[in-house]
Ligand binder design. Structure first.
Ligand SMILES: C[S@@+](CC[C@H](N)C(=O)[O-])C[C@H]1O[C@@H](n2cnc3c(N)ncnc32)[C@H](O)[C@@H]1O
Length: 248
């Protein structure tokens, strides 16, 4: 049997200790394993050219939305945008909203910036960092109109379920960042993860399920099909959308 052993590097260990000392939020069980993956020339050029206008940095701390976007429009935050195709599409289709994307995978960040430059979107900014830390350190309380989490890594094996990003503590941190009336929108093609999401959200009493059956929602028109979803369709998977409104 092969086991996935995820050991912390010395650099990460030092970073963890420094962050703890400075009072920064930092966690040890992560929802991702950093894959290096090769950057294409197009992705590398896109990062070089677009980072000064579109890149956001975790170390800069609390983000001022008005200064960042030059307007007071609603802000939608997406966690783990992958290659960013659906995020750029959403930003293009909703120019009266602002979008912040967070992704740890550098080629994904490059691909997203490449698409964004081609689409000439001005209402999108991105972090290349762990979304859990960005939420805790950079996003003001009561500030987001929507948080989207589309096709998060399902961590299939039971012993890895603790790595799933949707956990009670994460949901409570996320709740404080949403405005009252703001929505946490999740989608997954893994039934067991959908059930887990529903269980965690049903225990989070400050949220109201927007589904009239108290379970799943049809895919809303504003959510484009993502790469992972198309793959899921090909494999014959179902897709579950969950939308919960912050009420307290
Ligand atoms: C299965 S992929 C789905 C990507 C995209 N949402 C889609 O549907 O095509 C999940 C993505 O979430 C990213 N991810 C996982 N945990 C994350 C975290 N804590 N912060 C930022 N990104 C994360 C991974 O790098 C990966 O790209």
């Amino acid at each position: 049997m092969t086991w996935l052993v995820v050991k912390m590097s010395e650099k990460d260990q030092t970073r963890l200790e420094q962050a703890k000392e400075s009072g920064k939020y930092i966690r040890t069980i992560r929802s991702f394993v950093k894959r290096e993956g090769r950057l294409t020339n197009g992705q590398a050029n896109a990062i070089e050219q677009s980072w000064p206008t579109m890149g956001l940095v975790h170390e800069n701390g609390l983000l001022d939305f008005k200064l960042t976007f030059n307007n007071d429009n609603d802000v939608v935050l997406e966690i783990g945008f992958g290659m960013g195709k659906s995020l750029v599409e959403m930003a293009t289709q909703a120019p009266d909203q602002n979008f912040i994307g967070i992704e740890v995978h550098r080629p994904g960040v490059g691909a997203c910036l490449l698409d964004a430059a081609q689409a000439e979107v001005t209402n999108l900014r991105v972090y290349e960092h762990d979304a859990v830390e960005v939420l805790a350190d950079c996003i003001a309380d009561n500030s987001l109109s929507r948080v989207q989490l589309f096709f998060p890594d399902p961590w299939h094996k039971k012993r890895h379920h603790k790595r799933r990003i949707v956990q009670a503590e994460f949901v409570e941190n996320l709740r404080t960042k949403l405005k009252i009336g703001g929505v946490f929108h999740m989608a997954t093609d893994w039934e067991n993860y959908a059930e887990h999401m529903l269980e965690v959200m049903n225990s989070a009493t400050a949220f109201k399920n927007q589904s009239s059956n108290n379970d799943y929602m049809p895919r809303p028109d504003f959510r484009p099909l993502t790469k992972f979803e198309k793959r899921g369709h090909r494999l014959g998977h179902g897709v579950w959308d969950l939308m919960f409104e912050r009420v307290e």
